[in-house]
Design a protein around this ligand. Structure first.
Ligand code: GTP
Ligand code: MG
Length: 198
């Protein structure tokens, strides 16, 4: 897969607006401001592909990006848990996230993006449980690794790996990542290629 050839395809705010199920897609999920859109931009080496922002709640639609091989896509999901988003919108999004996750046949894996300094908050736990229940493949991206020194970053990784593998076995993988430092990019590309081309 030539990730740098990824192109914006379309946006949807509910399942019925999503493009037809294609071959395979991988969705980036996580709390608001965790770094999902930045991770997509780093992965594709295209700083303008997914919109990022210092203000949480930037991504409010499900955004689809076509990869260079037909039928393969990346999906940027709105962040979860942003307190200032109106309740009605939160409820709307929670329902649509649920439907997207449950009904999307093309979905092959969830990339759960967590700030390495604040892993496994309530939303993250929900996603892990959902993957455990449904058998969905999970890749955990511990991002903003540049905010920690190597020791603490590695120990968070190892601890979380042990914990999650106990629950999900070999259906879960984890890595550290930094969009700022371009760290972990090759590892992420290899994992996503494996998943999408399987
Ligand atoms: P929502 O769309 O609001 O859910 O947020 P998001 O998860 O897409 O986060 P986004 O990529 O917009 O990044 C949020 C903030 O974190 C921005 O200010 C980014 O510059 C910053 N950020 C993202 N990744 C990293 C990283 O690896 N290191 C550092 N230091 N900052 C990062
Ligand atoms: Mg975003």
């Amino acid at each position: 897969i030539q990730f740098n050839q990824a192109r914006y395809a379309t946006s949807a705010d509910k399942l019925s607006q999503c493009p037809a199920d294609s071959l395979a897609e991988v969705a980036f999920a996580g709390r608001s401001n965790a770094g999902k859109s930045s991770a997509i931009n780093t992965l594709t080496q295209n700083g303008k592909l997914a919109r990022t922002s210092k203000t949480p709640g930037r991504t409010q639609l499900i955004n689809f990006f076509d990869l260079n091989l037909p039928g393969l896509r990346l999906v940027d999901l709105p962040g979860y848990g942003y307190a200032k988003v109106p309740v009605a919108m939160k409820t709307h999004w929670q329902q649509h996230l649920d439907t997207y996750l449950q009904k999307r046949d093309a979905l092959r894996a969830v990339v759960l993006v967590m700030d390495i300094r604040h892993p496994m908050k309530e939303f993250d736990e929900m996603m892990v449980s959902w993957c455990q229940k449904t058998g969905m493949r999970l890749h955990v991206l511990l991002t903003k690794a540049d905010k920690l020194t190597r020791g603490p970053a590695q120990s968070t990784l190892l601890q979380l790996r042990a914990q999650l593998q106990k629950r999900l076995g070999d259906r879960v993988t984890l890595q550290t990542f930094s969009s700022l430092k371009n760290q972990g990019v090759e590892e992420l590309r290899a994992i996503i290629s494996d998943i999408l081309l399987a």
